[in-house]
Design a protein around this ligand. Structure first.
Ligand code: BV8
Length: 244
């Protein structure tokens, strides 16, 4: 895919670049996106029905096992060229901020440093009652395991639907989206709020906004540049073109 000359010129002079990533960035690592068909025993469930505190209260074992299945998917996968291209981009701009909706930890694993994780991290576990992150616990065979501190149930340290995003992270993401020269919106369906509001904030602040996604999204028509391609192809192309 050829990167539009005009976009390359804007990037060449940009001081501040902010990137928002969604599950599409991990698609080429073989990790299904949130809306991809769930496989196997999870086929009959919709993620939005499992990723909520209500679902956990109703059936903690089912929700814990869904996350255990996803943790295994992530553990058996690795970052792809899209993640590595973002590591390179971070080193090419004086002021770069990566904001991710993903919970797989691949950006950190690939070497990105300036990361805001809006929705938490599937590899971190916390107590459902107290909210404290728990690094280890005795495996008594309970599913979900019990908090070693208070005996409450353990849960993944991710932001579920109907739960607020962490204050500091959403604030940092909003500032980075409203104070950048170029905003890249990569691999997200732009459906889940408040993360989906970030590209609009970038637009309103006068940034050049680029969407990278093989499919159209509710945001595509508003983007200054809509690159209809895979993140693992387009992002390395951008890095290569900027290095010329
Ligand atoms: C909150 C962690 C308030 C958990 C996730 C109506 C209007 C506005 C808002 C709402 C509304 N009704 C309800 C809400 C609020 C709700 C919401 O937005 N719902 C949506 C469904 C309408 N939001 C919330 O509940 C948020 N909290 O609002 O709290 C509040 C305030 C104070 C006090 C109390 C409450 C919390 C939202 C966070 C939910 N947690 N994840 C987990 O992972 O288990 S969201 C989850 O879904 C993902 O993190 C991701 O961000 C999101 C979307 O998933 P996907 O669609 O799979 O992924 P993505 O969007 O990234 O789409 C994939 C894209 O990739 C596609 O476009 C595809 O084309 C593209 N693609 C595929 N292959 C490639 C590719 N792109 C590039 N390259 C490829 N190779």
């Amino acid at each position: 895919m050829t990167i539009p000359e005009k976009l390359l010129q804007q990037l060449a002079t940009a001081q501040r670049v902010t990137v928002l990533t969604g599950a599409g960035v991990s698609a080429e690592s073989g990790v299904p996106t949130f809306r991809d068909a769930q496989t196997g025993l999870w086929e009959k469930y919709k993620p939005e029905e499992l990723a909520t505190p209500t679902a956990f209260r109703r059936n903690p074992r089912l929700v814990w096992e869904w996350y255990a299945w996803r943790r295994k998917l992530v553990a058996d996968a690795k970052p792809n060229p899209a993640h590595f291209a973002l590591v390179e981009l971070e080193s090419m701009f004086p002021n770069f901020q990566l904001v991710t909706q993903n919970v797989d930890g691949f950006h950190h694993q690939a070497g990105s440093r300036r990361i805001v994780e809006l929705h938490g991290n599937i590899n971190r576990t916390k107590c459902f009652d107290e909210g404290t992150v728990i690094a280890s616990w005795n495996d008594t065979g309970d599913i979900p395991p019990k908090c070693p501190k208070c005996g409450g149930l353990l849960r993944p340290d991710v932001v579920w639907f109907e739960e607020p995003l962490p204050e500091a992270e959403i604030e940092q993401a909003t500032t980075a989206s409203s104070e950048c020269d170029v905003f890249l919106c990569v691999g997200t369906s732009a459906l889940v709020y408040p993360a989906a509001a970030l590209p609009y904030a970038a637009l309103r602040s006068g940034a050049t906004v680029v969407e990278i996604n093989p499919q159209e999204t509710p945001f595509t028509a508003q983007a200054h540049f809509a690159l209809a391609g895979k993140a693992g192809v387009v992002l390395p192309e951008i890095v290569k073109a900027l290095k010329r």
